[in-house]
Design a protein around this ligand. Structure first.
Ligand code: ZN
Length: 93
């Protein structure tokens, strides 16, 4: 990080931040700023940051290609599952 990723023709920049706080004042692992095409990932362990990146990518893919149908819980469970597979395959981790 930082890096850029294109999803559905939109370029999003991923950056690492000391502390990420959402609109409700909650400290979160990652946050998408749609108006800026920016994704903040909270600094943490390597595995926590990588899983947070996958989680936010899923939100972006869901929004662009899936009409934003995934809820937060499903997004997190899919991120955990994908992260585990990607680690086992040696693609990341
Ligand atoms: Zn989320």
């Amino acid at each position: 990080m930082p890096f850029k990723l294109r999803i559905g023709g939109h370029a999003f920049e991923f950056v690492r931040a000391d502390k990420v706080v959402d609109d409700d004042g909650e400290v979160v692992d990652g946050l998408i700023h749609w108006d800026k095409s920016l994704v903040e990932i909270s600094k943490g362990s390597k595995s926590m940051e990588e899983q947070a990146i996958i989680h936010e990518i899923l939100h972006l893919v869901d929004y662009v290609y899936n009409a934003d149908k995934l809820n937060e819980d499903s997004t997190e469970r899919l991120a955990q599952g994908l992260y585990q597979v990607m680690c086992d395959k040696g693609w990341i981790g």
